[in-house]
Design a protein around this ligand. Structure first.
Ligand code: CA
Length: 231
């Protein structure tokens, strides 16, 4: 697997190169936003780790270019936490973000997680191993074999989060996924549906917190052994 690291601070780029290579990835580092698109064509990376503040071309513009050119996963790296919602939102569509300062190990763990969830879906047997089965045709969901008694909104919420386990969905994305008719709903509505869904999941699996709230951003489904399991 090939990782393109876009980072204009040479020391940071070298640290990332070292850790990512130790994890078995091929790594290419560039420090200029303008160098990204030509490399995408030529080197065909599997994932781009993209700093926000870059010379040449800003990380936001580069992210937009990458998105327009295909479906290569992008992890944004930023010290500007107020940008996070925009980074993950529909406008830019980054797959994940990492805040500076970071630990290189965390970066490697995120890279692994994003690559895992952008890989083709696992065979049904593997998916069942997580204990969660969702049958969208029959509107039925089971956790560890137990049929969950969900409202239609809770079912859609669970199906949405489970469509990409480990991915963070912003509240806006959750709202878009839950309501086709764009009726007026608030963040608090989402939070209360999440709360109810959590309670029903916890009734089956009391020791696990499957739906994680990511402070200030949104929610993600954290099936056992997914994001954050790496040392
Ligand atoms: Ca920078």
């Amino acid at each position: 697997m090939r990782i393109l690291v876009v980072e204009d601070e040479p020391k940071l780029a070298e640290v990332l190169r070292t850790y990512l290579q130790a994890a078995g990835y091929d790594v290419c580092c560039v420090g200029d936003g303008l160098a990204v698109m030509p490399l995408l064509e030529r080197w065909k990376p599997d994932l781009v780790l993209l700093d926000l503040m870059l010379p040449g071309r800003d990380g936001l513009d580069v992210c937009r270019d990458i998105r327009a050119s295909g479906s290569i996963p992008v992890i944004m790296v930023t010290a500007r936490t107020e940008e996070i919602d925009r980074l993950l939102g529909l406008e830019l569509g980054a797959d994940d973000y990492i805040c500076k300062p970071y630990s290189p190990r965390e970066v490697v763990a995120r890279v692994k997680a994003v690559l895992r969830r952008s890989a083709p879906p696992a065979p049904a047997g593997d998916r069942k191993a997580s204990g969660l089965e969702i049958d969208e045709d029959a509107w039925m969901a089971r956790l560890d074999g137990v049929l969950l008694d969900l409202t239609p909104v809770e079912f859609r919420l669970l199906a949405l989060l489970a469509s990409q386990p480990g991915r963070i969905f912003s509240r806006d994305q959750v709202l878009d996924g839950l309501y086709d008719d764009h009726r007026v709903v608030t963040d608090r509505t989402v939070d209360s549906h999440v709360k109810n869904l959590r309670r029903k999941l916890a009734a089956v699996r009391p020791d696990a917190d499957l739906i994680r709230a990511v402070y200030g951003v949104g929610y993600r489904l954290d099936l056992a052994g997914d994001v954050g399991a790496s040392p």
